[in-house]
Design a binder for this molecule. Structure first.
Ligand SMILES: NC(=O)c1ccc[n+]([C@@H]2O[C@H](COP(=O)([O-])OP(=O)(O)OC[C@H]3O[C@@H](n4cnc5c(N)ncnc54)[C@H](O)[C@@H]3O)[C@@H](O)[C@H]2O)c1
Ligand SMILES: [Zn+2]
Length: 346
């Protein structure tokens, strides 16, 4: 299946249920350069032969200006020019760096993505946000520019480690909580194995998530309003991820539980929602408790607060499928994180 979507920042062609060879077959080796996650290059090396390649180390600590500079230097060596297409093949680290370097190299190369993790397929590759981390700040340096294409070859998922499946499901569960009660119920009736072993169900799930993300990005590409909703679970989540070096999705799962906790206090969210969410997270291999270093997490959040001049925009739930954005005082967040950390350690 194929369709194109037009955003202010460019038109993106989506291709689903396709094979990488079809995409590469539409380029000559002089037209493109492949930016490939080095682990994938080891496993799938033959699929890329004949094309110029730049290998990238995945992992959050590698999403750095340093690695972006190294990619830029290799592009120069290859004499990449404004007619060259940079194709990022890998997880969210690869697609974020690919988009960032492509948007800045000579003020803009053409670029597209072949996401190879569930997380990148459902989330990171979509929406045009690119960037790298700087110091303790995630995604501090970045651009918003749409890729020309996003190409889905789900056979790459056959080698995805279990923890990375769980990571991706945290974002899937996020969409369910925010927008899709039916999906929340569907996920509650299944588990990870169901989707790993049923490619049709997996395809439908990915396409559904792509739709949810695109609905939001079409309405608000530059995150002035509705796009903020996608930060559900991510405010505390990012701070926990940074301090505890926890995988993104694992931290986001905990962040969603903390957001439910705050929603119970402020919006009288039914406590059974948090219980259902806990069960769901566990079904998909995600933790629901953690020994959180509250002070360290709060100090990272304080840096976030400085960035937004005062209060913090927080995504809360009135119910599954009914998110709202609230400006919260730091104290309200502090209380919820402390109570979560306390519950986790008892
Ligand atoms: N730009 C956005 O809008 C957006 C949205 C969500 C997340 N993100 C970013 O995405 C990043 C996380 O992405 P990720 O979880 O894909 O991380 P990642 O790119 O580090 O990939 C995770 C791991 O899986 C490996 N891998 C990738 N594909 C594989 C495959 N097919 N088989 C086996 N191993 C494979 C990688 O080598 C890596 O070890 C974070 O930096 C996050 O900030 C960006
Ligand atoms: Zn995320």
């Amino acid at each position: 299946m194929q369709y194109s979507l037009s955003f202010p920042g460019g038109t993106v062609k989506y291709t689903f249920q396709a094979a990488l060879s079809e995409l590469l077959g539409s380029y000559t080796s002089a037209d493109c350069i492949l930016l490939i996650d080095s682990k994938l290059a080891e496993t799938y090396g033959n699929s890329f032969s004949g094309y110029r390649q730049i290998l990238l180390e995945a992992g959050e600590e590698q999403k750095s200006l340093h690695q972006a500079a190294s990619v830029t230097a290799q592009l120069l060596q290859y004499e990449a020019h404004r007619g060259t297409t940079l194709i990022g093949i890998g997880g969210g680290i690869t697609t974020d760096i690919c988009g960032f370097v492509a948007a800045t190299y000579m003020r803009g190369l053409r670029f597209g993505f072949v996401p190879t993790t569930l997380l990148a397929m459902c989330d990171a590759a979509i929406g045009g946000k690119n960037g790298v981390n700087f110091g303790l700040q995630k995604n501090l340096l970045g651009t918003i520019q749409q890729p020309e294409f996003i190409f889905y070859d789900t056979r790459f998922l056959e080698t995805l480690p279990a923890a990375e499946w769980s990571n991706g499901f945290a974002e899937v569960i996020k969409y369910a909580c925010l927008f899709d009660r039916a999906l929340f119920d569907e996920l509650s009736q299944h588990d990870l194995g169901n989707y790993q072993n049923n490619s049709e169900a997996l395809q439908l799930l990915i396409e559904r998530c792509v739709n949810w993300k695109n609905n939001i990005v079409l309405a608000d590409e530059h995150e002035n309003g509705r796009r903020k909703l996608l930060n559900f679970g991510h405010t505390a989540g990012h701070a926990i991820e940074t301090v505890h070096k926890m995988p993104h999705g694992f931290a986001v799962g905990i962040g969603m539980l903390i957001a439910c906790n705050i929603s119970e206090t402020i919006l009288q969210l039914d406590v059974t929602i948090r219980q259902q969410l806990e069960t769901l997270l566990q079904r998909y291999g995600l933790p629901v408790a953690a020994n959180i270093d509250t002070e360290a997490v709060l100090s990272v959040l304080k840096m976030d607060k400085k960035r937004s001049a005062g209060s913090i925009s927080y995504i809360l739930l009135e119910d599954i499928g009914k998110p709202i954005i609230r400006e919260l005082d730091f104290d309200e967040i502090q209380l919820a994180i402390k109570s979560f950390a306390h519950a986790g350690s008892s």
